[in-house]
Design a protein around this ligand. Structure first.
Ligand code: SAH
Length: 355
């Protein structure tokens, strides 16, 4: 039989693989504990398994883990990790301490096809999807390096890529992360951020492991949003909001609407009033993200006064508002700043394949 990559297996698949090789299913739980809770990948070190099972694991299985290429720490404690995948492609993951919990910001794709006008990752185009093992592998690596395997941490799918554009592998990764024998990350500790790909959003509504939802809205009208988020031409503002209204939410939970503020573009009082009207009656909270500016991004960050005024108008209309702190800007680890050189493709061409 071919060598199987353990990092790609959900626990049930591992149970079946063990059974096919003559071992009892329950060992899958033990192996998950070694891999995820104790950060051990060498079967020889899995001391509560029989000699025979350890031999089987060494011969028929392997565990791929992204390799750590570089690590940079911001003055605010945020850390950015550059990781190399099995095929040599590279991605970035970010650790954000005390938010108030520990948060891992992880990637779901190498690059991104969405080409949002203000996002550096969008400039790369899409190189490829990550596998579930590569998505979870980022968490394994960060938890090991930072020695946080036994701490409860949050995960935000806000690194490189559009998670709903890599739907199946992303959902599989969430199931592996949630497994009680593995990291046991509760779904309420996971936030999936998306531009709002509607068919996948509908599917998400019936998933067993349902993360918190954040929608990258960024503008209240199709005319404005179409300029910033090209996929809006396919899935417009009204349809995205209608899907959000239908989305099944647990009691007390709400959808986060992310709104990148761009000076003079979408930060005017009338934009705030339109946004408030659009979200009236939606169980929502608005997360304002003053632009993290970068060379090659044709927009400016608004002054703090404009950010505050925008937030106040929303609050006056009864919305819950927060302003996202830019963490790790000095090391280009903040939102929209993750970019890996040397694997660019034309984002425009990539997007044409999606819409
Ligand atoms: N593809 C997902 C995850 C993106 S990252 C999505 O679009 O939701 C998380 C957030 O950072 C998104 O809301 C994204 O629009 C925002 N972002 C991208 N570039 C940014 C920048 N330069 N400054 C501030 N926020 C940015």
């Amino acid at each position: 039989m071919a060598v199987t990559d353990l990092s790609e297996l959900e626990r049930e698949a591992l149970e079946l693989a063990l059974e096919a090789r003559g071992h009892a299913r329950f060992h899958a739980g033990q192996i998950f504990q070694w891999l995820y809770r104790r950060g051990v990948t060498d079967p020889a070190a899995m001391t509560d398994l029989s000699r025979q099972l350890r031999d089987t694991l060494a011969a028929a299985f392997r565990v791929s883990t992204p390799a750590l290429l570089a690590r940079e720490k911001s003055v605010d404690g945020t850390e950015k990790f550059l990781l190399r995948l099995g095929d040599g492609k590279t991605i970035e993951s970010v650790f954000i301490p005390d938010t108030p919990a520990m948060t891992f910001c992880i990637s779901t794709q190498v690059g991104c096809a969405m080409a949002c006008a203000f996002c550096l990752t969008g400039k790369m185009g899409l190189a490829r999807n990550l596998t579930a093992g590569e998505i979870v592998g980022q968490v394994r690596l960060l938890a090991n390096v930072l020695d946080l395997r036994d701490t409860s941490f949050n995960i935000v799918l806000m690194g490189m890529g559009e998670p709903l554009h890599n739907y199946d592998e992303t959902m599989k990764a969430l199931r592996i992360l949630a497994d009680r024998n593995g990291f046991g990350v509760a779904p309420r500790r996971i936030t999936l951020s998306t531009v709002g790909l509607l068919p996948q959003l509908e599917r998400l509504a019936s998933e067993p492991v349902m993360p918190n939802l954040a929608i990258s809205l960024h503008a209240p009208t199709d005319a404005q949003r179409g300029e910033l988020v090209p996929i809006n031409k396919r899935y417009g503002v009204a349809d995205v909001i209608a899907a959000c209204r239908r989305f099944p939410l647990k009691r007390r939970s709400r959808i986060t609407f992310e709104y990148v503020l761009l000076a003079g573009v979408n930060d005017r009082p009338e934009d705030a009033r339109r946004l408030a009207k659009l979200l009236a009656g939606v169980k929502s909270k608005v997360n304002l993200i003053p632009l993290n500016a970068a060379a090659g991004i044709p927009f400016d960050r608004p002054a703090d006064a404009a950010v505050n005024r925008f937030g106040q108008i929303l609050a006056q209309h009864g919305l819950t508002v927060s302003v996202r702190k830019s963490r790790g800007r000095d090391i280009r680890a903040a939102c929209g700043q993750l970019i890996v050189e040397g694997q660019r493709k034309s984002a425009g061409q990539q997007l044409a394949g999606v819409i």
